[in-house]
Write a protein that binds this ligand. Structure first.
Ligand code: WTA
Length: 646
């Protein structure tokens, strides 16, 4: 009957060499805290912790109480000290085809230089640094240098607009912004530093917290790059001239390592705060076990951008804390052509390949001739992240990219969870196309109904995390109330974390994540809130009201569909207006948030109490018969739109 009957057990060959084994689940079940203490000891601590978890101030967690460590030492120095300095940490591949191999020794020198410069300009532990950069090595180096000094970094995706950058810089009161002169976008240099100038403003409007803008030369596309004397400095002239030796201090386990803004159900993005010791413990543990990573043998490649949590945890902290060798790629998968990823796999002998379902579906559309033209036999493990993976894409991934035998780890987690939470363990757990299978050892999740009762197999419910975990968020930057309200109020009596996702167990008890149950859309694995896009649209002078929904999309998972009402007297200029509105969203948020479709409508479907009925809009956008319209003020309006679209 259902796809749930299709089971792929691990092969004997994989089992024989796997890092993980079934005993891991037993050990974690026997004593969860002791299990996590064991995992924490995979790291180097300057001061050992006295207590594994202090949960007395729940939901504010304190993991590894009393412990002190330096995250950058754990990611860099300790590998050099162990004689692995000549190992390549990063095979960096630039979009135009330039490349750099960076060994752990070189990484240590670079991180030390940056740390020395940050210290020289007066930054101190606890200060915030905004990083707005494409995928260049200096982005990773900057993150590690912040970690080294206890500076809390806030990476802002370089595809975000000036206005999105400004609100994040202001919210975090960042003292330093690190950027590049420009960035490559599909083969051409595009502006980046000028976005920073726009964001930071001048005079009365200037971002008050920012003292310096540190600029890495990347594209060299503009000989007259605007420059603010006293504020702007070149990386080469400053970091480049600093000493490559730096003595690090250790920081509390709960010291905030980074902030990362993510979309919630309201318009204002929230700064998710992550810890040092707990965060690194779980990213490091999951990297080792979920990716079955073998030091000195594997070549790992995670295709995320450091602007997202996946880039933080599985490009920077997870791989580097394990002494991994990884590919870091700057560009898009079809620059200069669709062979790019497979050429990189061949060139570096990539063994573990971790991508988003959107990309896999895009490869499927391009056709299997492209991957088939390459030797991908080095790949031994595949990963998926960011959105539910449909069974067809899962099978194609395994057959075409994984040579019909590489296990797939479908990893469910969130910006808030910091690390992978639900995933098969390769060599241990069976896999099913489309299922995240079960919580990792040490993690406890459940699927419950509105009344917090566990759902029966086959029924859909809410995904909750009913035990704290080491890489859990410390909170929302500057807003404890919002933290409690957003994640802990839905099941307050039980004290559970509500993830915002729907899920179900199949008849065998395997866990399937179904996607968001709130007003968050997932477009190509990017979280975008409906209200954020709505407020950008309403920012256009012609728009009176807007409603936005995520409609099913074959490639991107969901596509953004908007419905707008124009102000009195505003003329609907058709395509011109639509183009203006899409541009408005691009400028306010990012090109990734541009609606796929904008419908100008005379009315929005509202209940008599004035609530927009998104469910009906979804029906319209997905071409279904309209659901129950009985509460609508004027049901005929939407019948008319649906007929017009059909
Ligand atoms: C979705 C990305 C199904 C989910 C790491 C979650 C997934 C949101 C999966 C978090 C998966 C992530 N299967 N859905 N394997 N992984 N999601 O914060 O809806 O960018 O809540 O973190 O992505 O997105 P975020």
């Amino acid at each position: 009957m259902s796809a749930s009957l299709e089971v792929y057990p691990p092969s004997a060959e994989f089992v024989a060499q796997a890092n993980a084994n079934a005993a891991l689940y037993d050990r974690a079940d026997a004593d969860r805290l002791e299990f996590w203490a064991e995992q924490a000891r995979r790291l180097d601590w300057d001061t050992d912790f006295e207590q594994v978890l202090d949960w007395s101030n729940a939901p504010f967690a304190n993991w590894f109480v009393g412990g002190k460590l330096n995250v950058s030492v754990n990611c860099v120095d300790r590998h050099v000290a162990a004689g692995k300095g000549d190992r390549v940490a990063i095979h960096w591949v630039g979009e135009p085809g330039d490349s750099r191999d960076i060994t752990y020794s070189q990484l240590l020198a670079d991180v030390s230089r940056a740390a020395n410069y940050f210290t020289a300009i007066g930054l101190q532990a606890g200060d915030r640094v905004a990083i707005y950069m494409p995928m260049v090595p200096e982005a990773l180096i900057s993150m590690l240098a912040c970690a080294r000094l206890g500076l809390t970094h806030s990476v802002v995706f370089a595809g975000f607009s000036a206005s999105a950058l400004r609100s994040r810089v202001d919210d975090a009161e960042a003292k330093l912004v690190i950027t590049t002169d420009g960035q490559y976008r599909r083969g051409k240099p595009a502006e980046l530093k000028t976005n920073v100038d726009d964001a930071l403003g001048t005079g009365d409007d200037a971002a008050k917290s920012v003292e310096k803008v540190l600029v890495v030369r990347r594209t060299n596309h503009d000989p007259k790059l605007p420059w603010v004397e006293g504020r702007d400095v070149w990386w080469d002239d400053t970091v480049g001239e600093s000493s490559d030796h730096h003595e690090p201090d250790a920081f509390d386990s709960n010291h905030p390592l980074f902030l990362l803004y993510t979309s919630g159900t309201t318009g204002k993005p929230k700064g998710i705060v992550h810890s040092s010791g707990g965060y690194l413990t779980q990213t490091s543990y999951t990297f080792h076990n979920v990716f079955d990573h073998k030091e000195g043998r594997d070549v790992f490649w995670c295709g995320a951008d450091i602007g997202w949590v996946t880039g933080h945890s599985y490009i920077v902290y997870g791989p580097l804390s394990n002494g991994a060798t990884e590919v870091v790629y700057e560009g898009t998968p079809n620059t200069p052509n669709e062979h790019r990823h497979f050429e990189v796999v061949e060139k570096y002998g990539v063994t573990i390949y971790y991508m988003a379902p959107t990309l896999i579906r895009t490869f499927m559309k391009w056709g299997r001739d492209i991957p088939d033209a390459h030797d991908l036999s080095s790949i031994r493990l595949l990963g998926s992240v960011g959105e539910p993976i449909n069974p067809e894409a899962w099978k194609w991934y395994r057959d075409v990219i994984g040579g019909g035998k590489a296990p797939i780890v479908d990893t469910w987690w969130q910006t808030e969870t910091g690390s992978i939470m639900i995933s098969p363990l390769p060599g241990v757990t069976e896999t099913k196309p489309g299922a995240a299978m079960k919580p990792l050892p040490g993690i406890s999740a459940n699927i419950v109904d509105d009344n917090a009762n566990p759902v029966t197999h086959g029924e859909q419910g809410y995904l909750v995390l009913d035990q704290p975990w080491p890489s859990m968020l410390l909170g929302i930057w500057g807003d404890d109330e919002r933290f409690k309200e957003t994640y802990w109020s839905r099941f307050a009596d039980q004290g559970w974390y509500f993830a915002g996702d729907g899920a179900r167990y199949d008849d065998d008890g395997a866990l399937w994540v179904l996607g968001r149950v709130d007003d968050v859309m997932n477009v190509s694995g990017h979280r975008i809130s409906t209200s954020e896009v709505e407020s950008a649209l309403v920012g256009h002078s012609g728009v009176a009201e807007a409603a936005v929904i995520g409609a099913a999309d074959e490639t991107t998972g969901q596509g953004i569909v908007a419905f707008v009402i124009l102000r009195e007297g505003v003329e609907n200029t058709g395509d011109t207006l639509i183009a203006e509105l899409r541009e408005q969203v691009s400028v306010e948020i990012s090109p990734i948030a541009k609606p796929r479709e904008i419908n100008v409508v005379p009315e929005l479907p509202k209940t008599r109490s004035g609530k927009i009925m998104r469910r009906l809009l979804k029906d319209v956008a997905e071409g279904r018969e309209l659901g129950d319209t009985s509460t609508l003020v004027d049901p005929s309006v939407f019948e008319a739109i649906r007929r017009k679209r059909a």
